[in-house]
Ligand binder design. Structure first.
Ligand SMILES: N[C@@H](CCOP(=O)(O)O)C(=O)O
Length: 463
């Protein structure tokens, strides 16, 4: 399998090179040159696999000859051995047609662990096999950073620098990142929003001489390996539902800010997983929901919400979707992205908008509505949702259709977001690893939201 850029200016490259390149050198995003097509017979073969076995199968469709199957299996085994649940991503049935896909059983209690435990090990593997230097640069609104750090802390030959918006992540998210004392970890707290952090790292990655001189690698969902790893749980969840006897068509409700998680679902569906609907749930930072419902992709004003990981205006993976929406036309995609840079707006109408609305249903969840969902699920099912999952649940309820089974992706454990839970006076017990964070010293460097400031820090950390 080869990879190409959504903007068409990168010659086809293999899987390992795509992982190392992260953001495509022409500023676009890497995508596989074709989407593998699975028939019913393959899905049948996969339905009883363990999570690591399934992950190895999915990846083997995308790695070409770059990674032998036995090595892939080992990578997957090692990556998912760190999860606290034997099913890795179990599905909980709440009622007749309502399910929660729990993606938070990894080391940092967020769905990002599913991909980043794997990517951390993959980077180690690639660095040993190819002698590549791995200097990771990432941006986070809270969850990716902690997971990425956990995935590579203390690993030989790897350094990691994560930018997070200063005082705009939850307390537990901040502690998970800043209490890590391994020498290979640098946390920069940027005086700005997540969008500032993401813009800075994207501009640094787009400066190809700088990126190459300092061997910068991506762990955000701009890295195609992240998206591929996230497709696996859609398949696994579908098989679990069928094993639990659920016969109805299956829809997924996905809380999303950067469009990575739901894009993984879109890819799984394009590969042949029978997904009825993909429901896109945003908080009040609702650029994606507005795009699906009105066809206009244009940042609104930034809102601080109870679901800070989704406080995002400009969604990284949106470009990948545009590429597919326009029939894999890289010239058109590049033009759209140029226009977005120039005018801050993209608008689609007619048949294209119809297609968007066939691909997704979307709902933007208000702040109080999110808390209402937490209270309602607690009262009705004795189940405590974190505020991001609550957005997914509220959207699933709002857009529910008769006769379908709705699976809400639970992206984090509620203990990561006690600020929201406390607002409804709901008690919760912190898991031990989270409780222990409060006694540890923190280490972070606060920086201005400029490329120059961040560059200065990187040059000294990655030299
Ligand atoms: N919500 C994310 C933002 C970064 O998204 P990613 O999927 O591109 O890593 C976070 O928690 O950091």
């Amino acid at each position: 399998m080869k990879y190409m850029s959504t903007r068409g200016q990168v010659p086809p490259i293999g899987f390992t090179e795509a992982v190392l390149m992260g953001l495509a050198d022409d500023g676009g995003l890497l995508v596989p040159e074709h989407i593998p097509q699975l028939d019913g017979a393959i899905l049948k073969q996969w339905q009883n696999l363990s999570y690591p076995e399934l992950a190895a199968e999915v990846f083997s469709l995308f790695t070409g000859d770059d990674i032998p199957r036995e090595d892939l299996k080992q990578l997957a085994e090692n990556s998912y051995a760190t999860f606290r649940h034997e099913d890795v991503t179990p599905v909980r049935k709440l009622d007749d047609r309502r399910y929660v896909l729990e993606l938070f059983h990894g080391p940092t209690f967020a769905f990002k662990d599913v991909a980043l435990q794997f990517l951390g090990n993959l980077y180690s593997y690639i660095s040993q096999k190819t002698n590549s230097i791995i200097h990771i640069l990432g941006a986070t609104s809270g969850d990716t950073g902690a997971s990425a750090i956990e995935g590579v802390r203390g690993k030989a030959g790897i350094r990691i620098c994560i930018l997070h918006p200063h005082q705009r992540v939850s307390k537990v998210q901040e502690l998970q990142m800043t209490t890590v004392d391994d020498e290979n970890v640098l946390n920069l707290a940027v005086k700005g929003t997540f969008d500032d952090c993401q813009r800075i790292i994207k501009e640094l990655f787009a400066d190809v001489p700088f990126k190459q001189q300092y061997h910068l690698r991506a762990i955000n969902s701009i890295n195609i390996a992240r998206v591929l790893a996230q497709t696996v749980y859609y398949f696994y969840a579908y098989f679990q539902l069928r094993k639990q006897g659920e016969e109805a068509p299956v829809s997924f409700s996905v809380p999303t800010g950067n469009f990575g998680d739901i894009f993984a679902g879109y890819l799984a569906k394009r590969m042949g997983l029978p997904v009825q609907r993909l429901i896109l749930a945003t908080n009040e930072n609702n650029i994606l929901a507005r795009f699906v419902n009105e066809g206009v992709y244009e940042p609104g004003s930034f809102r601080e919400t109870y679901s800070p990981s989704m406080d995002i205006q400009v969604a990284s993976n949106f470009e990948r979707y545009l590429f597919y929406l326009y029939g894999e036309d890289s010239r058109q995609t590049a033009e759209w992205m140029e226009q977005f840079k120039r005018e801050g707006r993209i608008a689609v109408a007619g048949e294209k908008l119809d297609q968007v609305q066939r691909d997704f249903a979307a709902y933007s969840v208000g702040n109080e509505e999110c808390l209402d969902a937490i209270s309602a699920y607690h009262a009705q099912y004795a189940y405590l949702l974190d505020p991001h999952t609550a957005c997914g649940a509220a959207a699933a309820d709002k857009l529910a259709q008769d006769g379908e089974a709705a699976v809400v992706l639970s992206t984090a454990h509620p203990a990561k977001f006690n600020e929201a839970i406390e607002r409804r006076g709901l008690p919760q017990t912190f898991p031990d690893p989270i409780q222990a964070l409060f006694d540890k010293p923190q280490r972070q460097t606060v920086v201005d939201s400029t490329n120059e400031e961040v560059k200065k820090q990187l040059v000294s950390f990655f030299q």
